[in-house]
Design a protein around this ligand. Sequence first.
Ligand SMILES: *Cc1c(COP(=O)(O)O)cnc(C)c1O
Length: 253
Amino acid sequence: MTEQPSELDRREQLARNLAAVQGRIAAAAALRELPAPQLIVVTKFHPAADVRLLAGLGVRDFGENRDQEASAKAAEVAGFADIAPPLPRWHFIGQLQSNKAKSVVKYAHSVHSVDRLQLAAALDKAMAVEAERSGRPPLDCFIQVNLDEDADAQSGPAGRGGAAPGTVPELAERIASSERLRLAGVMAVAPLGVSPDAAFDKLAAVSARLQVQHPEASGISAGMSQDLEAALRFGATHLRIGSDILGSRPAVG
Ligand SMILES: *Cc1c(COP(=O)(O)O)cnc(C)c1O
């Protein structure tokens, strides 16, 4: 573990990084005549104290990719009395097992990684209970799309990379048919070894096809620290930025 900066130093560091990323977004967005994208700051591996500092800097949307970490962090953040409204919103962006749906709907505003019918059904069922209990609004669902070259030829359940493009219509119907789920759009992570432009171009095409049947599902969640400019060129509406704001994550081994 490296030495921890003081809270004041950390606040300054986050403010500087955030401003730099916002500058990149503004410069890229200025080239298009579309509304500013939503910035989701990915706080995985970083403590709730960073969420508090970022909330103080005006960030509202946070991303996490593991339920265990996210649920604990969300609970900790909910306990901070000094965060002024609007309160943080949590976006679940990682691979999700169906048996975690019940936990995720307790804190998540959205799930960006819906990649199979079974998961959509589990989220729907979990939301039935949670909406009754808490009166929460519908869960925003993005369909994670596998942008691998041969995704539609791969057999078996969705792998790490999301739903094959050919399965998106059926999955979209399942989500859109639920009153408790809101079909928000598509999401992808650019595959390694392919130019991000080619990947995001393909995602834009999947999104356009989806919107023929579901005009409301106009969200495109794409773009991370390394490729946010490319994602914006191809219409990203939601960016998920971690390391360029929070700093590098501890290596997982
Ligand atoms: C970690 C993660 C991000 C953020 O990546 P950075 O390169 O740190 O900006 C975005 N999307 C997903 C799905 C992630 O797991």
